[in-house]
Design a protein around this ligand. Structure first.
Ligand code: ZN
Length: 679
């Protein structure tokens, strides 16, 4: 899984993510006045994102984005069907009710129906997008029946010869019975993962049959294997197991025809020859379903680093398949954020300086340090599995041999993270857990940028810095490898974010920005990340262990000098940093030790560090934090509605594309249901 997802806890986002800045004052103002959040229901917030820089693109680039966006939106039916075989029928029924119901739309029952419908739209099906549990309606089957029968002037998805009563009878158990297909992706290894997953990648086959089928196909000695099974559904027909391949004229052929139609148009306005080849290769793959073509496409795509406009379109990520083979359809259209990419490039270009200045033992330093080249992009359209729930970073392709031999692209979606940040600024979260106004204001002012720079340092330099002694392998640290590695990259970022060099390089405006990052890190590591832990549980997740480890260690070691104090105000606990420079030194000391542990493969020390500082939870503080968080009534997940692109024609030719930002989630969903539905 190579998508960076934000686990959205309001106000947390600042930690994982980013923001675009240095906009002219007027633009900055316009962005502040923008309504970021447009809806909230169940555990979900619906946000909007802006596409800064779109107007400055050339007409041809805009035209290209428009065509690619159409190709992105035409895959919506595919993902609904992939997620569950009855999803399309359910969505069409819900859409028809929302459009055509003639009865009272002011009752609590109607409200519950709308919440359910919005959740189904959000998850691209009836299973929760994150937990994959079936979403159960809070209205009755009888009310559902009344809604269907009370709707007029709309078409329900009836099979040939099927009556409305028969459709209702068919859908009732699927929607209401908690025992029917309760889980989209089953991960319980004691069960048949295929038979117990509702996801629509298999039909009539057992896990054993699937595994045997692919074991026969896969050539283990092939150094450049195709991604077996990525673009097909495996079914048993007349006792024979066959692959239904997703391609033109095959499974999902009608939707793929539309996608190909728009990709063909896109190819005519490609920015350069290589990009045209990329698009044409993708079309070839969609026509044939040949996975070799998909590899060729990926290799071309990785090479194309010059184009401003870029895109993802296809069956990509495999985490919806309990067996990790089948790709879920997704799309993303984007263009380079040149200014922010410069920031990343500046940091990467100075990799050697950072390595030399790093407070680690010279024996563990790299002689020649190089930063990872990454780019920052602006998302212009989201589709399939990227919509409405959106990743903040993408690192593709997934095939390991292509990554090794041809490289990969790592991108950060900065306008998406910016929207997360902006929508969180007014959230009560920051106020609840921040000691005073001064600190809160500093976080509001610099937190977004500083969070970005932290991520850049962590990703572009931190993981790649230092070296292992001869004979040491990263597996030597076993289960402690991940938290130690994440702590190492984080410490690298934390140590250097306070370095005057960053201001000198123009990456940060001043030291205040670095302080804001320290404030957020300490607040999170010692306290607020606990809201994601259930009462009585330990910290499990590697990034969370890393943050807890780092924060608790510096808190303990700084006690003699009172570097960080734990204070109570109005019965509430806060952690306050008293000495930022001393805190930086402590981060440096711990970086030195964590690098030593890594370089020497010192398992015992890793275990000791993680278990002492990164796992256990103070139950009293935990309870307090959970209670304070619960009172805020925040929705932990967020997703986005897309902007709208409107081509401007002159003499039958597109001469410009106008962008606008609709506010109505329901409207966009109904529009997509009407205009981009073909299966
Ligand atoms: Zn990392």
């Amino acid at each position: 899984m190579r998508k960076m997802m934000v686990l959205l806890m309001l106000g947390f986002v600042i930690l994982f993510v980013a923001g675009c800045k240095k906009a002219p004052e007027s633009t900055a103002k316009a962005r502040q006045d923008f309504k970021w959040q447009v809806d909230q229901f169940a555990d979900i917030r619906i946000l909007r994102y802006q596409v800064p820089g779109f107007e400055e693109l050339t007409p041809q680039q805009k035209e290209l984005i428009y065509y690619l966006s159409e190709a992105a939106l035409w895959g919506r039916d595919i993902i609904f069907d992939q997620n569950y075989r009855h999803n399309l029928k359910i969505r069409k029924t819900l859409d028809a009710i929302v459009e055509g119901y003639q009865g009272d739309r002011t009752t609590p029952e109607w409200e519950k129906f709308m919440v359910y419908t919005k959740r189904v739209w959000f998850s691209n099906g009836i299973h929760h997008h994150y937990s994959t549990d079936k979403i159960l309606p809070e209205f009755s089957p009888e009310y559902f029946e009344a809604l269907v029968k009370g709707s007029q002037g709309v078409k329900f998805p009836l099979e040939e010869g099927q009556s409305l009563d028969e459709l209702i009878a068919f859908l009732k158990p699927i929607i209401f019975d908690p025992k029917v297909d309760p889980k989209k992706v089953c991960q319980d290894p004691s069960l048949d993962l295929v038979a117990n997953s509702a996801v629509n990648f298999y039909e009539g086959v057992t896990q054993k049959e699937v595994e045997e089928y692919y074991a026969r196909l896969i050539d283990k000695n092939d150094p450049t294997p195709i991604s077996y099974g990525l673009n097909s559904r495996l079914v048993k027909k007349d006792g024979k197991i066959v692959e239904e391949v997703y391609r033109l004229g095959g499974k999902y052929g009608q939707a793929i025809e539309k996608i190909v139609y728009w990709l063909e148009k896109a190819a005519t306005v490609a920015e350069n020859d290589l990009q045209r080849q990329v698009i044409e290769k993708l079309i070839e793959y969609y026509r044939t379903g040949d996975l070799k073509k998909f590899d060729e496409y990926n290799i071309l795509w990785v090479k194309d680093t010059e184009s401003v406009v870029d895109f993802v379109n296809g069956f990509i990520e495999v985490y919806n398949d309990p067996l990790g083979m089948k790709g879920t359809w997704e799309a993303l259209v984007n263009f380079k954020n040149l200014e922010a990419t410069k920031r990343v490039a500046t940091i990467s270009a100075n990799a050697q300086w950072f390595e030399e200045q790093s407070p680690i033992d010279p024996r563990f330093k790299r002689e020649k340090a190089t930063g990872v080249s990454a780019k920052v992009i602006t998302a212009a359209m989201l589709g399939g599995d990227c919509y409405p729930s959106t990743p903040i970073g993408i690192n593709l392709p997934n095939a390991n041999w292509i990554r090794r031999m041809h490289g990969s692209k790592s991108v950060t979606l900065e306008n998406i993270t910016y929207a997360y940040d902006q929508s969180s600024l007014d959230s009560p979260f920051g106020k609840e857990f921040t000691y005073n106004e001064e600190i809160l204001e500093r976080i509001k002012k610099y937190g977004s940028l500083a969070g970005n720079v932290h991520t850049d340092l962590h990703e572009c330099l931190g993981h790649g810095s230092g070296k292992l002694l001869p004979g040491v392998k990263s597996e030597d640290l076993k289960n402690y490898h991940s938290p130690i590695e994440e702590a190492r990259a984080d410490l690298f970022a934390l140590y250097f974010i306070m370095d005057p060099k960053l201001v000198e390089l123009g990456v940060l405006p001043n030291e205040e920005a670095a302080k804001a990052e320290y404030d957020v890190q300490i607040r999170n590591g010692l306290m607020t990340q606990l809201v994601r832990i259930e009462p009585g549980k330990n910290i499990e997740q590697a990034h969370m262990r890393a943050r807890a480890l780092v924060s608790h260690w510096v808190y303990e070691k700084g006690k003699p000098d009172n570097v960080i104090s734990r204070v109570k105000k109005d019965g509430k606990t806060y952690f306050v940093i008293n000495d930022y420079q001393k805190l930086r030194q402590l981060y440096g000391e711990l970086l030195k030790e964590v690098q030593r542990i890594t370089s020497e493969g010192d398992y015992e020390a890793a275990k000791n560090l993680v278990e002492t500082y990164g796992v256990k939870v103070d139950p009293e503080l935990h309870q307090e934090v959970l209670e304070r968080y619960r009172k805020l009534n925040l929705a932990p997940y967020a997703g986005f509605i897309n902007p709208e692109l409107e081509p401007v024609y002159e003499n039958g030719k597109i001469v410009d594309v106008k962008i606008s930002y609709p506010e109505d989630y329901v409207k966009q969903m109904l529009k997509y249901g009407k205009e981009y539905s073909i299966l």
